[in-house]
Write a protein of this length. Structure first.
Length: 217
């Protein structure tokens, strides 16, 4: 057997968090409040939030686009990592969770860096007409549109900018041979296409539910 990524059992996963998660009471509170919602599993894992923040700093991102914001956790993590003149444009649908996101951003003092545009993301993206104007695009909304979101991300990213897709392992459903779900089929299509897409440098990380990193060439 060749060297491969570890399976994390509960004890090892907890160890990983214990030795690496840099939490704050505010972020822990947002996770706890979101955990009470029926859609709690939509939120990125805490270690993914920390990883996104690291990516923001690694590539010196100033301008971020997020597609899929929910109660605002990933946006909060990235906003805290931005320089003071940095900004995030968040796309989501209208919902009760918009107010939750805004209240935590306000409390964290990053509200002025974040614009939340409500409506189908494809409509918001169609209005963005400056190619190359973003450093990082985080994609975490409706999976059926992932392949289309990739095209928008590549149009809107600068060369060297990063598109990050969440849920690319889809709790293992990517293994289904003939999936009924269009979401599953779209993620499978995206994963297969990215492997051979010459427009990007690429890596799929088994972090959270699977995260793909695509650096625009
Ligand atoms: C997985 S959640 C995002 C989680 C978020 N990144 C976080 O860390 O908490 C997906 C979000 O995408 C939004 N969404 C789904 N379809 C959408 C669409 N067509 N346009 C915009 N937002 C959409 C949902 O309302 C939901 O809030």
């Amino acid at each position: 057997m060749t060297t491969r990524t570890l399976n994390l059992d509960d004890a090892l996963y907890q160890y990983m968090l214990d030795v690496s998660l840099r939490d704050s009471p505010l972020k822990a509170r947002l996770r706890a409040e979101t955990a009470l919602l029926p859609t709690a599993r939509w939120q990125v894992a805490a270690e993914q939030g920390q990883f996104l923040a690291l990516l923001v700093k690694l590539i010196g991102a100033r301008r971020i686009l997020e597609i899929g914001t929910f109660t605002g956790y990933s946006a909060l993590c990235m906003a805290e990592a931005l320089p003071v003149d940095g900004s995030i444009l968040c796309c989501d649908l209208p919902g009760d969770y918009n107010a939750t996101a805004r209240s935590y951003w306000r409390e964290a003092g990053v509200e002025s860096r974040i614009e939340l545009r409500l409506g189908p993301a494809l409509e918001t993206l169609a209005e963005l007409d400056k190619p190359g104007s973003f450093d990082l695009v985080f994609i975490d909304a409706d999976k059926a549109n992932y392949p289309t979101y990739l095209e928008h991300a590549l149009r809107l990213l600068r060369v060297g900018g990063l598109a990050v897709f969440d849920n690319v392992l889809w709790s293992g459903r990517v293994l289904e041979a003939n999936p009924e779900s269009e979401d599953t089929r779209a993620i499978q299509r995206l994963n297969r296409a990215l492997k051979v897409d010459e427009r990007v440098d690429y890596s799929l990380l088994p972090l959270g539910d699977g995260m793909s990193l695509c650096r625009k060439r």
